[in-house]
Design a protein around this ligand. Sequence first.
Ligand code: ADP
Length: 294
Amino acid sequence: MNSGAYSRKERVTPITLAVPAIPEASGFTSSPPPTDVLVRLESVGKCFANGVVALTGVNLDVRRGEFLSLLGPSGCGKSTILRLLSSLTSATNGGINWQQKNPELGFVFQEPTLMPWANVFDNVWLPLRLTGVSRNSARARVEEALANVGLTGFEKAYPRELSGGMKMRVSIARALVMRPAVLLMDEPFAALDEITRSKLNDDLVALKCALGATVVFVTHSVYESVYLSDRIVVMAPRPGRVVAEIVVPSPLPRGEDFRLCAEYADKCRATSLALHEAMALDGAGDTRLREGVR
Ligand code: ADP
């Protein structure tokens, strides 16, 4: 336990989030691989009231400025980790220690969860509105968030008038309007077609680099995790636990060429292997951390 650590008791912005995008990846350069810890999970366990042990013995550092993916089969506790980080639920065992007091968090869900009766501006304004910021006072920040996701000019559009990818961009803008230091993203692109997903992947990384944010990203996709991440944590189910870690050293943003390079192929192979090994574990509590493939 780090004596300088904070545990979050209060708030997660009741709002939440969305996922980003912003195109022009060019021009952004990645900072050196981050090493300082932003939040540390120490021996974290979570047992729900119905007796389900969702997590056991999870030791995990999230480093400031990194893109970290949580990869694993359904039910291994990925979403539970995001919910623990955002204080939407509490750990049964262990500690979650933030090295920074109350960093702003943005939470992006798989569904955009927009208000259908409100236009794009009002959907993005919502988090600020809930903290008492008037429409006029919010205007500059809403417009900034929409610009960040490439939706300038769509302020008056309603969700029904937008494509799936655009709705997700609005959802991201809604998270960004709070200027979060940390984006927690729970399979935000899972419901999108491959072309839209690929575009949003690039835009997300560009935005993350531009804003210097930390991202914790849940996914089922080996390929998506390797393309996006500085580091991938592989989890096993029953009970949920961390069993492998794969580092992808190539700096962000990466671009299409990365998908053709040997490093991408190697990391996809290693991640896929780690995932298969994780799924083969029998749930008897094998908590080995496979020092992965660097
Ligand atoms: P993942 O995100 O990896 O699919 P989850 O974190 O959603 O996994 O769930 C982990 C386990 O905890 C699952 O077995 C799930 O059914 C269970 N679980 C999640 N939330 C609750 C809850 N509120 N009450 C009871 N069990 C839950």
